[in-house]
Write a protein that binds this ligand. Structure first.
Ligand SMILES: [Ca+2]
Ligand SMILES: [Ca+2]
Ligand SMILES: [Ca+2]
Ligand SMILES: [Ca+2]
Length: 277
């Protein structure tokens, strides 16, 4: 089928460029292999065909760069802790059912996480059900098994505790990092959530690799939760069971990832070029 199309195309070019009857080429349409055809078609057609092939190779290469480049660009979209949530589009996330929290205030719907290239922080965002009481305060937790041994209670492990309080026109998000055994490591806060007027459902925050005691490309486990108070015993857990296992930065690093993608494109270009010529 493909060969037939190629042959038909060559006949078309031949007719356009030489004004001669292409009828004798029909023989090749049926019998000639791709390589054999290349050897017998007249030089003039060959040149035209070469130019056409080059044009399509360039179009193919540009398409490949766009197709491969767009996901990398999406991955590289910059996360920022600023109370705006557009930066979370396309980031890794996990949904949690509505209605499994003790109250709508502490009923989590979506938990997001991500990193930026060359930025030693993990970013998180939590979206809950729209709060339905006069006291919208909620505690979010992220539990990290940083030494990847199945326990979250080691001194190497971390618990990130987030107090989110949405006021009418602003919000207070206070982030405290503890070790798995309860020692406080750091604390900071800001207006990083939806105000009540904005729905009071989303808050974002981050913690440095240093405070978390991790190196960028190690594998960690985590899960999250929401509770009305500092006691996580009665929280809405996400995921409902099990852990999220991931590596905050790809093992190759962001630069390495792009080098590999560029290499794949280059190799495809080289081998395809070799095959055709
Ligand atoms: Ca943001
Ligand atoms: Ca839920
Ligand atoms: Ca552990
Ligand atoms: Ca849940």
């Amino acid at each position: 089928m493909l060969k037939e199309l190629i042959n038909r195309y060559i006949v078309k070019i031949y007719r356009a460029k030489t004004q001669k009857s292409p009828s004798y080429l029909n023989f090749f349409q049926v019998f000639a292999s791709w390589r054999a055809l290349r050897e017998v078609i007249p030089t003039k057609v060959d040149r035209v065909w070469s130019r056409e092939l080059k044009k399509w190779q360039v179009i193919g290469l540009i398409s490949a760069i766009i197709l491969l480049g767009v996901p990398v660009w999406v991955l590289a979209a910059t996360l920022s802790v600023d109370g705006n949530f557009d930066d979370w589009n396309g980031q890794a996330n996990i949904s949690d059912p509505a209605g499994d929290g003790p109250t709508p205030n502490v009923d989590m719907l979506t938990f997001y996480w991500g990193t930026n290239p060359d930025d030693d922080h993990i970013y998180w965002m939590m979206q809950r059900e729209t709060p339905q009481s006069g006291n919208p305060r909620v505690y979010y937790f992220v539990f990290l098994d940083t030494n990847n041994n199945g326990s979250y209670g080691d001194s190497e492990d971390r618990r990130v505790e987030v107090l989110y309080d949405s006021g009418k026109d602003d919000s207070q998000v206070e982030v405290t990092v503890y070790t798995g055994s309860g020692g406080q490591i750091s604390q900071n806060s800001g207006d990083w959530g939806d105000s009540a007027n904005e729905g009071g459902a989303r808050a974002e925050w981050r913690a440095s690799f240093n405070d978390l005691g991790i190196s960028p490309n190690q594998t960690i486990n985590m899960y999250a939760g929401a509770s009305q108070n500092q006691n996580p015993d009665n929280m809405d857990r996400v995921p409902d069971s099990g852990d999220i296992t991931w590596s905050p930065v790809p093992v190759l690093g962001w630069i390495g990832l792009m080098v590999v993608i560029a290499g794949v494109i280059g190799l495809a270009w080289y081998t395809r070029g070799r095959y055709v010529w």
